[in-house]
Write a protein that binds this ligand. Structure first.
Ligand code: PXL
Length: 271
């Protein structure tokens, strides 16, 4: 089992980022060090006037202490970070706190449906490129991949568009790209991957237009499974199926619009 450092925001209410990463990675038996970049009262999708506390000064103090303790990790997994300054600091974490042969996995987590999330701008995207282009694996959705590749986003894309997108990103030096929520027909969606020059598509039924936080859940199940079994296609399938089942468990409850009920799925991960 691995010692994973995951760096993301802590949205207190809303089932995303660290509040899903920690239970999922723990259920997959990993020692999970959950490092918040910011504390938010809720996530930023469809909630108004959320409270945000940027933890950059604390972030620096934690790292100063860790350096004295000589702490090291097997994997750095980042998600929604929220600040370009913290992305700069994370670039130093890669140098100072990772064991040899450790993995860097980046979920850019800055947008969806052709748009950036509320607190982000092009400067954030440009800074995220610096982190993503040096990662071992990235986990963008189509929107994030378009922003990272400087390709205009399209709602109705075809397979050639996706292959061109993956190819352009791979030219930045990324060897493993896992594109989530790729849908070519109204009733199917899936994961289009580019792994060491091999393209593959894992698709399944599309049951709804999508729920908030499912990208974070996908990434966490993927990271935990991949580090456990070292089988990237198995990890993709496990993560996609986990999200699908969590959405199914949520759909009949309109009061749960802000995220998905992933908790009942955790016991399957532990098997
Ligand atoms: O799920 C991505 C995410 C994470 N954290 C916060 C968010 C979002 C998406 O909107 O707002 C705070």
């Amino acid at each position: 089992m691995s010692k994973i450092l995951t760096i993301q925001d802590y949205s207190i209410y809303g089932q995303c980022s660290l509040t899903v990463a920690l239970p999922i990675l723990s259920a997959l038996s990993h020692e999970t060090v959950a490092f918040p970049t910011a504390i938010l009262s809720t996530h930023t999708y469809n909630f108004k006037d959320f409270y945000v506390k940027d933890l950059e000064p604390d972030f620096v103090k934690v790292l100063e202490h860790w350096k004295k303790e000589n702490l090291k990790f097997d994997c750095l997994y980042t998600g929604y970070i929220g600040s370009t300054n913290i992305i700069d600091i994370i670039k130093t974490i890669k140098v100072d706190f990772l064991n040899p042969n450790s993995l860097v996995i980046v979920d850019p987590a800055f947008g969806d449906k052709g748009k950036l999330y509320p607190l982000f701008n092009q400067a954030y995207v440009d800074k995220m490129k610096e982190l993503a282009f040096e990662a071992d694996i990235i986990l963008p959705n189509i929107t994030e991949a378009c922003f990272l590749a400087d390709i205009p986003y399209k709602d109705d894309y075809d397979e050639q568009f996706v292959i061109d997108l993956l190819t352009k990103l791979s030219l930045k030096g990324i060897k493993k790209i896992i594109l989530t929520n790729v849908s070519f027909t109204p009733n199917t969606t899936g994961v289009y991957s580019f792994i060491d020059d091999v393209y593959a598509y894992y698709k399944h039924e599309k049951i709804t237009e999508g729920y908030h936080g499912t990208g974070d859940i996908f990434s966490s199940v993927f990271v935990g499974s991949y580090l456990k079994d070292n089988d990237i296609y198995k990890a993709i399938k496990k993560a996609a199926d986990f999200v699908y089942n969590s959405i199914k468990a949520t759909m009949d409850d309109p009061s749960h619009w802000y995220g998905v009920k992933f908790e009942p799925e955790l016991k399957k991960l532990m098997k």
